[in-house]
Design a protein around this ligand. Sequence first.
Ligand code: PGA
Length: 262
Amino acid sequence: MISARKTYIIANWKMNFTPGEASLYLHRLSNRIPAMRNVQVVLSPSLVSLQPLSLQINRRQFKLAAQNFYWQDYGAFTGEVSISQIRSFVDYAIVGHSERRYLFNESDKDIAQKVAAAIRNGLTPVLCIGETAEERRNGETSAAIYDQLIGGLSQVSEEDISKVIIAYEPVWAISSNKNARPAKPEDIKEAQLLIRRHISKLYGDETAMDLPILYGGSVNPSTAPGYLNIPGIDGLLVGNASLIADSFCAIVESAKGKYDER
Ligand code: PGA
């Protein structure tokens, strides 16, 4: 039987676009990307654009994701925004992105609290994990991935693990890093198997098979089809290439093509 697994294409716009620019860009994308049954396109603008875009989007066509939030639901936390304040605008929340881990010193404990807050507020956390270049050189990829999984999922029960998406984003492949180089499909295939093996130890075989795992790091229109064909890879998290309509639409098109061919 042909698998009915969904493919996720998540655009991480990072700290780009004013609300006006984001709105214009969304308008351009919405003219080119259809609502699809098997491909879920998720846009992650910066916080300030979430509310206006949530009024503009057709939720059958696109969903929104938060790039960041604070894990407490309310209280005296000057300058922070909680997920309970934005939950009506978004369906997904990116958690544990390497830029947050390494530029803003987010620990596995912070990340675990954010994963739990997202689930508590009815959202799907997209937990980003991945080894650094140094960890890879030292043969510590499996250990790094395991630690980030154990850490990030430490508050997730067996019942809730089905609400989580994992994004494998090796730090050395993310375009914002100096000397970034795209991961080879073999590397991604291997990491995806490692993740499923670790998840199987933590939550059992069935959960490990069902868990959506995405790849992110220097994805562009020419590499996307190959990545999407890796068995066990359920989609892509796209940074730079998601900021250009032609590139992003081409990536979405290759995800759609997977189903059209069947
Ligand atoms: P990139 O970013 O596609 O620009 O490498 C991916 C990410 O940081 O999620």
